[in-house]
Design a protein around this ligand. Structure first.
Ligand SMILES: Cc1ncc(COP(=O)(O)O)c(C=O)c1O
Length: 381
């Protein structure tokens, strides 16, 4: 049961999905326990359930529990991974056109501070990263391949497994930003062959806000030092020496939002319960259905790629996108706005304006999609 479905058509799952009653209760129950018996004491009583969050999260993405670090959001996960790759002067980062702003800002910072070069691999004729061009671009200077699986601004699914195969062949680390794909698509780190993968809880996973996780392939853990280490990530074993934890938990810090993490665990268990392959089938079908209905109603859609996911972008000509969002909200329909600055290179290349982003999840109905298209139609000047 999803309480939020009673009053609203929530088509902003790429922003933050609605929690189910079960996820909500798990989260609130732990907060209440903390208030009754104390935060440390509540944590002790829930210890087995915290461990289970790692087991479930690992199962969701085909990893082992020791390869998972639970952090506050996808950005934190991404930074921790990115900054532990020892990029140096002259190294090249290879990325995609639809790269997320936050990631690209870090490439620019690293380029300025460490003399690293950024190379954007062009898209193929469908709009996804051109794998042949990536293969040609990889050479002895390549220090990292870093790509968003699904960008924030549309239905594109970049070919993660093909990118992973190129990275493996070349022996180059591969960081996959799976923030918009985990929870809506089947994402398996062994199939993809990534070294790092980052995800958030609140989007398609339906977890509470302020949760996310990082996957680090176990072989990478031998050599990598996180940029931020505390007494949870390492043991202070001698006055002049510390030892990193053997698992990906070296990337975590001691303090975290225990209630939210248990909520994340409940969300992952629910996704596993539905079956991620079934979720993927349904969200992709709803995405295509919505695009078709928008086009039938005379709207343009802006999603590129070979196979498209449940993120759908459109606009109402003559009405600013933030105003469209506000007017739909008043009618009980949640959508969001994706500005050009969130994916600047792709937006400039395609001359994109602010777009309305509609992102259904498996719990949305076809009637809700029709209602959104009708509401957009009435807004047309
Ligand atoms: C592709 C992509 N990566 C990363 C992020 C950042 O996620 P978070 O806000 O959980 O840090 C987003 C957020 O929208 C995103 O769309």
């Amino acid at each position: 049961m999803t309480p939020g479905c009673a009053d609203r058509a929530h088509l902003n799952n790429a922003g933050a999905a609605l929690m189910t009653q079960g996820i909500l209760e798990t989260t609130v129950a732990h907060l209440e326990l903390e208030s009754r018996i104390g935060g440390y004491e509540a944590a002790r009583t829930a210890n087995d359930r915290f461990e289970a969050v790692y087991t479930s999260t690992a199962a969701l993405i085909g990893a082992s529990p020791g390869e998972i670090a639970i952090v506050d959001n996808a950005t934190a996960a991404w930074h921790l991974a990115f900054e532990s790759v020892p990029l140096k002067d002259g190294d090249v980062i290879l990325t995609a056109e639809a790269e997320y702003a936050t990631n690209y800002i870090m490439y620019l910072k690293t380029a300025r501070e460490r003399g690293v070069e950024i190379r954007v691999i062009p898209s193929d004729e469908t709009g996804q990263l051109d794998v042949a061009a990536l293969k040609d671009a990889v050479d002895e200077r390549t220090g990292l391949i870093s790509v968003s699986h699904v960008p924030t601004n549309g239905g594109l699914i970049n070919p993660a497994a093909e990118i992973g195969a190129v990275a493996r062949d070349a022996g180059v680390p591969f960081l996959l930003d799976a923030c918009q794909s985990v929870g809506q698509l089947a994402v398996d780190v062994a199939d993809i062959g990534c070294d790092f993968m980052t995800a958030t809880g609140r989007k398609f996973l339906r977890a509470p806000r302020g949760t996310g996780f990082l996957y680090v392939r176990s072989e990478m853990l031998r050599d990598l030092e996180p940029p931020l280490i505390d007494m949870h990530g390492a043991d202070w074993v001698e006055p002049d020496r510390y030892e990193l934890r053997p698992t990906a938990r070296r990337y975590e810090t001691w303090e975290f939002n225990h209630a939210a993490v248990l909520g994340l665990g409940a969300a992952v268990d629910e996704a596993l319960g539905w079956g991620i392959a079934d979720i993927e089938d349904r969200v992709i079908r709803l995405g295509y259905l919505l695009r078709n209905r928008l086009v039938e109603a005379g709207f343009e859609t802006y999603d590129i790629g070979h196979r498209l996911c449940a993120i759908v972008t459109t606009r109402v000509p003559g009405v600013e996108a933030p105003e469209v969002m506000d007017r739909l909200f008043e009618q009980g329909i949640n959508v969001s706005v994706t500005p050009p600055s969130s994916t600047l290179i792709d937006a400039r290349r395609r001359d994109l304006p602010d777009l309305i982003r509609l992102s259904p999840h498996y719990y949305n109905t076809e009637d809700e999609l029709d209602g959104a298209v009708d509401a957009l139609t009435t807004l047309r000047p």
